[in-house]
Design a protein around this ligand. Structure first.
Ligand SMILES: [Zn+2]
Length: 293
């Protein structure tokens, strides 16, 4: 498979929340990773499906009743949310940090392995600490970014096997794009995997609006997808907001992904149309996501 198509498939497996730094989200990591569940979304979060763990994110106003005093529910021994165990406080601006400072004995969130501080999550690594600072500068008050990234955006989570199978399906769809240089006879191994997982039925893809006459289409505008469009699919600015069962929150000041001039026009669904084939070799590494539309 050509490198640019491979790159797109690789990126498809990664969580890349735009503008997520402010929320202590982790960027460019596998989707099978710890999930941040905003406290206000906990009720609807399918936490049992987060096989790689989760942490509840509370804002100081959600946790504190007044300076130094947590709300009653957090003091009850049977309350399931425990700061420093399965939850942390995220400070996003200076004012709440001054009004509700971290409690005595609290530590800024970090990772440890065998008692030593480490930089990345992995086997034997544990999350330690109670709070994270993501406070931008304001007037004379300095920026304070402290504490390790806490996890991925909930709508971007998937377990490792599903992540792998999604990439298999995407590969299968690329093979079936218009102008594809790839053939199904080159992909017997992939075919076997999809068959075993009951993901090979073309009529199902047709029913779901992903294929027509055996070729890959855009499920929103129903146009055929040309193979040269693959490296150029862009993330939708609002894709996370539109996710039906999302339990995340819109990352603040999300960056816009603006197509480079000369890329042809972009349909509202995000797939390229009127694409000049002469331009087709171009791709943008910054367009990490794969959402078809
Ligand atoms: Zn489209």
């Amino acid at each position: 498979m050509q490198q640019k198509d491979k790159d797109k498939l690789t990126k498809a497996g990664f969580a890349t929340p735009r503008g997520g730094a402010k929320g202590a989200y982790q960027n460019h990591v596998s989707r099978s990773n710890r999930v941040i569940v905003p406290y206000e979304k906990l009720r609807i979060a399918p936490v049992r499906q987060y096989f790689d763990g989760y942490v509840v994110r509370l804002l100081p106003e959600q946790y504190f009743a007044s300076t130094g005093i947590p709300k009653d529910e957090f003091l009850a021994s049977d309350y399931p949310i425990k700061i420093g165990e399965n939850a942390c406080i995220l400070y996003r601006t200076h004012a709440p940090f001054q009004r509700f400072p971290s409690l005595e004995g609290w530590q800024v969130c970090h990772l440890e392995k065998d008692g030593q501080i480490v930089k990345e999550r992995g086997k034997g690594v544990v999350d330690v600490g109670q709070y994270v600072l993501r406070i931008p500068a304001l007037g004379s008050q300095k920026k304070r970014f402290e504490g390790v990234v806490q996890g991925v955006f909930a709508p971007e989570y998937t377990d490792q096997e599903t992540n792998y199978l999604c990439k298999c399906v995407l590969t299968w769809l690329i093979i079936h794009t218009v102008g594809s240089p790839y053939t199904t006879t080159q992909a017997k191994h992939l075919q076997a995997i999809l068959y075993r997982e009951r993901l090979l039925d073309a009529s199902n893809y047709e029913y779901k609006g992903m294929m027509r006459h055996g070729l890959c289409i855009c499920p929103l505008c129903l146009r055929f997808v040309h193979v040269t469009h693959i490296p150029q699919f862009r993330e939708r600015k609002n894709r996370i907001v539109n996710t039906q069962d999302q339990v995340g929150e819109e990352p603040a000041d999300e960056e816009l992904s603006v197509p480079t001039p000369g890329f042809g026009s972009w349909s509202q669904c995000g797939c390229a149309r009127d694409q000049s084939l002469q331009n087709s070799g171009k791709s943008s590494a910054s367009w990490g996501g794969w959402s078809v539309c």
